[in-house]
Ligand binder design. Sequence first.
Ligand SMILES: C[S@@+](CC[C@H](N)C(=O)[O-])C[C@H]1O[C@@H](n2cnc3c(N)ncnc32)[C@H](O)[C@@H]1O
Length: 266
Amino acid sequence: MNQYENGNKILWDELTDVHIKSYGVDKFKQGKSTLDEIQLREVGDVKGKTLLHLQCHFGLDTLSWAREGAIVTGVDFVEKAIAYANKLKDETGLNARFICSNIYELEKNLDEQFDIVYTSQGVLCWLRDLNRWAQIIAKYLKPGGIFYLMESHPIAHIFDDTIKGQLKITMPYFHNDDPIIWDDHHPDYSDQSHLIENPSYEWQWSLSDIINSLINAGLQIEFLNEYNKEFCFALPDMVRQDDGWWYLPGYEKNLPLMFTIRARKS
Ligand SMILES: C[S@@+](CC[C@H](N)C(=O)[O-])C[C@H]1O[C@@H](n2cnc3c(N)ncnc32)[C@H](O)[C@@H]1O
């Protein structure tokens, strides 16, 4: 693990405690899925299929896929998150396996192939090497298996996320090997009352970086969809509508905020 990943692991250790309180665990225990209608539709029927969830945090989405009938394995590098995922598994009686591992070291901890490799919502910015990431996905897919990603659109990352009332471009669209360091104690996206203590080290990846990494790993892109809404509060003017998605009023026809990809291993 390099120094930046180590820093991010410390950050995610901090945020795991916050999110266990803010992510709606009680509703999940009562049976509510954390998966939205787009992911359910675009991934398709998972009943009886094996599913590997990369960067699963403390397992709510992984366990929601188990409720849909998938045979699930979740991976994350934060020990506390994996311990809590196992606790949730026991409390809900759902069938799942959780592995504590950096995804870049997963080959030391897991040797099998899956029908589906899945990752979503706030995952790519933590990854230092996208070509390697795509190779790992390809390695863990069975022939004919699918990879699915739902993620914030990279264009949504270029705006100053502190200014209300206007969109001001202050951040790069294109990738740089040196991470962007955030150490301004900004509010957490899920619990605005929590000011983040630890720095984060994040990498911007353009849409072509993402697509080409998957193509270079031998996967065939089945679709790329762009959406005018987000899964979390990412810019200060965003408003959550009754459908649960976050929108940027006035820009619904101008700006993609989220995308999904499905790709297949031949
Ligand atoms: C935004 S969260 C995951 C998204 C998930 N949909 C959620 O919000 O519950 C990002 C996750 O990536 C994990 N992570 C970051 N870098 C990682 C790495 N190199 N290997 C494994 N997990 C990593 C963090 O621990 C964190 O749980």
